[in-house]
Design a protein around this ligand. Structure first.
Ligand code: SF4
Length: 298
């Protein structure tokens, strides 16, 4: 097997992203792009046609990692939604990770409604037992009208069912929601509906990001033609406040510490809700400094 190790390193192709909490993980690119690739705000994989990478390339990367990444005890499967890989192949990848990177304690990946739907509850349990410990699911909003407009590809009801399916399989669920995606007008409706979706789904982690306008996306077209108006800083803070108000988790972490946000909030719900709301209120009064524009990034 060792003769296929590529001494030059990992076979990364194109733009590669991972959640902030996977910054120190072994990043294994097992797919290219995203099988959905239609969300109106997302430019991440526009240049990639969705494909599952060749087994030999994946194995080569795992073997390379086994030589040089002995201190990293988490692995993350890129790109967009590795969960969509057919079960046998995905189990094979996890087997190889277990075999060659035995110090890895948790494997994570992105998921979407389509990829979760394609797995049976038993298959998800098998994946969890083989090391898949966390899935990151971009739900963006609970507002069905808005979900259609941004071509999210599923409604809020399906989204809730898919999230619950992961949780029932014992896989940790981290979801992202998108501040500002409803524009100025729909902001509070989006915030309330998203809080309600989160309450029904009850994920372990919620990460709130602020939408960035990416050239080349349909949202960018709407923005430049004046059909989409981004809420200002105050509007985004009010939206975040409304969302947290309507979010009732049994036990979860709600955070907005992503670099795209103006105000980092980290609240352990339900206990920390009031503190988070108080912090936002102080920021709205101008008593707390916000992240300057030049420091914001995707
Ligand atoms: S599902 Fe995620 S990666 Fe795919 S297009 Fe939508 S936001 Fe982008």
């Amino acid at each position: 097997m060792n003769d296929i190790i590529d001494e030059e390193g990992m076979h990364y192709e194109g733009m590669c992203i991972r959640p902030p909490s996977e910054a120190y993980s072994i990043l294994l690119q097992v797919t290219l792009g995203c099988s959905h690739n239609k969300c109106s705000f997302c430019g991440t994989y526009k240049d990639k046609r969705f494909t599952i990478k060749d087994d030999q390339i994946i194995l080569s990367d795992i073997l390379f990692a086994s030589k040089v990444m002995k201190r990293q005890d988490k692995a993350f499967l890129m790109d967009g939604d590795a969960l969509i890989i057919p079960q046998k192949r995905l189990m094979w990848i996890l087997d190889r990770i277990n075999e060659h990177l035995p110090w890895v304690k948790r494997v994570g990946a992105y998921a979407n409604a389509k990829s979760i739907k394609m797995k049976t509850p038993d298959e998800l349990v098998q994946l969890r037992e083989n090391g898949l410990g966390i899935l990151y699911y971009g739900v963006e909003t609970g507002d069905d009208e808005l979900r259609k407009r941004i071509t999210k590809g599923s409604d809020a009801k399906t989204c809730i069912a898919m999230g619950r399916k992961l949780k029932e399989a014992g896989i940790n669920l981290s979801v992202t929601v998108l501040l500002g995606i409803a524009g100025k007008e729909g902001s509070l409706k989006h915030a309330k509906a998203t809080g309600e979706l989160l309450s029904a789904m009850d994920p372990d982690f919620v990460g709130a990001l602020t939408v960035m306008i990416i050239p080349g996306t349909p949202l960018y077209e709407d923005f430049t033609s004046g059909h989409f108006e981004l809420p200002d800083q105050r509007g985004l803070l009010t939206e975040l406040r409304e969302m947290i108000t309507h979010t009732h988790l049994s036990r979860g972490l709600f955070y907005s510490n992503h670099a795209s946000n103006y105000l980092p909030v980290k609240a352990r719900l339900p206990r920390g809700k009031q503190d988070a709301l108080d912090l936002i209120d102080r920021a709205l009064r101008g008593d707390v400094g916000l992240r300057p524009e030049w420091m914001r990034a995707l």
